[in-house]
Design a protein around this ligand. Sequence first.
Ligand code: SF4
Ligand code: SF4
Ligand code: SF4
Length: 253
Amino acid sequence: MSTKPRVAVFDFADCEGCELQIANLEEEILDLLEIVDIVSFREVMKEHSDEYDIAIVEGSIMRPMDEKRLKYIRSKAKILVALGACATIGGVNKIRNQWMPEEVMKDVYGNAKVKGNELFNVNKTKAVNEVVPVDYYIHGCPIDRDEFKHVITALALGKKPEIPTYPVCVECKKNENVCLFERGMYCLGPITRAGCKAICPTNGSPCEGCRGLVKKAETECVWEVLERYNLSYEDIRRRCTMYNYGRAECGAQ
Ligand code: SF4
Ligand code: SF4
Ligand code: SF4
């Protein structure tokens, strides 16, 4: 019997873009198959096994039935990895937490008869770690393929994967970019976790914070940036809502 770790990939509320990033590894996925066995991955294969060591979970958690399924997955896995912003921080799905679930349901489904149907029984959106313990996080919307390979390789070798804890600005400076604030834009790079190679600012778009916030932002530097460009804390708070809605660091009550 194979001694390679058995890996299963699961999805909840999401666009499946992060799973697609894995599928898009194409021939590079063969290198990963040298060190792990993939036993379940609905997007690319029909086989499924409930015997796995590493569960990779994409998507945020919306319904009681999702929580039940996630707890079952957690109970079977030795290691649980949250994949992508929906799973790691709740992502864009959390934007709807500013309204009550009943209001959202009414807006979307109107008078359709969905009451009592558990598929439509939604709560507030949760990130995966708000329901079960998470061992490792692969951030981003979507994830970075190289980072995915790094994390899975490290786990397969029994090592702890290193994920950057510094802000996007560090990678942006390494790329020798002119700061977008200088071009009149507003970028969340100073408070967002790096690891994406600063892909957005490098291509002329401001960072929107999809990798979540750094644990401890250098607040003095952030205030200096705000002052230099005549911006306020309220500006940051507003900007944070796309990916970091409801996070205390972004001014949530
Ligand atoms: S994190 Fe982004 S790309 Fe990944 S599943 Fe969620 S919405 Fe899609
Ligand atoms: S604020 Fe944005 S554009 Fe400016 S250095 Fe930081 S990441 Fe780059
Ligand atoms: S630059 Fe910001 S928004 Fe763009 S991928 Fe990186 S963390 Fe996400």
